[in-house]
Design a protein around this ligand. Structure first.
Ligand SMILES: Cc1cc2nc3c(=O)[nH]c(=O)nc-3n(C[C@H](O)[C@H](O)[C@H](O)COP(=O)(O)O)c2cc1C
Length: 324
């Protein structure tokens, strides 16, 4: 399948693995790229630019296909040295960066000067247009369904994707709620050039996370996610658990007066405990509604092959068959 996204990134299938904190290590990124998609290492999971350089080198040893690095510009308690992370990316020979969170505008000159293709992840048409205007090569449009930060507009992909298609001239991928061949064909029909998946890739053999995390996703239904930090305008969709219930209770008690310090214990330092140790209730961790569509833990290759084979079947048999 050839789309503007496969052409832009030099990949075989229009399937991207979005950056994921404490999930997007070399093992997963390499598996996705080796299977013909675009695997992405999560930059800030590596505590220093030197560690990121090492992770990129590890990934390079596992595949010679294109890989990307995610740089997330979120409100953090202490700003990471982004310029040095970018230097590590450039020196590591990576030519694709997925930016997310705040606008990457300040870093565009450095990224473009190094010949890097930038795909910015955003949750609204206005932010997608801004990304296009500042020179991003593509955008990843994250609908309200998505795991992680869906923004504050609450527009699901059924509306957001055709709106993006109407407004954008650069290619874009559909993100949030994507799981299988049906998702891919639907996303293409709505105007996207491919898909970006987060939660689905966690429940794979190669994802270097605790088995309990994969099983939690397999067992969860589409009703099991919750939105947290709404009042802080930093909304995150997470899997419901005991820590999240505690957090939501605090949010209800504090009401408008809620401060990040009130819920710090439930959101800070949680990812290593959950992803590496399997302490599922340690606090809030991102998960999409798409958990309701996930009921197995395949290899990345089987997942991607299944999506592509299924997409061909849907297009050639189901859809073409409807045209009498
Ligand atoms: C556990 C987890 C961690 C994530 N961490 C990040 C991150 O650090 N940076 C980022 O840009 N997106 C992050 N995301 C969002 C994903 O890259 C992707 O946009 C999202 O998961 C898509 O929605 P889906 O889960 O429905 O596929 C994370 C998602 C999950 C599930």
């Amino acid at each position: 399948m050839k789309t503007r996204i496969t052409e832009l990134f030099g990949i075989r299938h229009p399937i991207i693995q979005g950056g994921m904190h404490y999930v997007g290590f070399a093992e997963l990124a390499a598996a996705v790229s080796a299977a013909g998609g675009l695997g992405i290492i999560t930059g800030l999971t590596q505590k220093t630019p030197e560690l990121l350089a090492r992770e990129i080198a590890r990934c390079r040893d596992m595949t010679d296909r294109p890989i990307g690095v995610n740089l997330t510009f979120l409100p953090t308690f202490s700003a990471p040295p982004y310029a040095e992370y970018i230097a590590a990316i450039v020196e590591g020979g990576v030519r694709i960066v997925e930016t997310a969170g705040r606008s990457p505008e300040a870093y565009m000159p450095a990224l473009k000067a190094a010949g890097i293709k930038v795909i910015h992840k955003c949750t609204s048409v206005r932010h997608a247009l801004k990304a296009q205007q500042i020179g991003c090569d593509a955008v990843s449009v994250d609908g309200f369904e998505c795991g992680g930060h869906p923004g504050e507009d609450d527009v699901p992909n059924m509306i957001l994707l055709p709106r993006a298609a109407d407004e954008l001239s650069i290619p874009f991928v559909a993100s949030g709620g994507m799981a299988d061949a049906r998702s891919l064909v639907a996303a293409l029909a709505l105007g996207a050039d491919g898909i970006n998946m987060g939660t689905r890739f966690i429940a794979t053999q190669e994802a270097p996370v605790h088995e309990k995390v994969k099983q939690a996703i397999v067992q969860a239904s589409e009703l099991d996610t919750r939105l947290i930090m709404r009042r802080l305008r930093n909304t995150e969709r997470v899997l419901r658990n005991a820590g999240v219930d505690r957090l939501l209770e605090i949010e209800r008690e504090k009401g408008e007066a809620l401060q990040i310090a009130d819920i710090y214990d439930q959101v800070a330092g949680v990812y290593p405990k959950v992803m590496a140790e399997g302490e599922l209730d340690a606090g809030a961790w991102s998960c999409g509604m798409v958990a309701g569509l996930i009921d197995d833990v395949p290899t990345v290759q089987a997942l991607i092959d299944g999506i592509m084979d299924g997409a061909h079947r849907i297009i050639r048999e189901r859809l073409e068959g409807m045209l009498g």
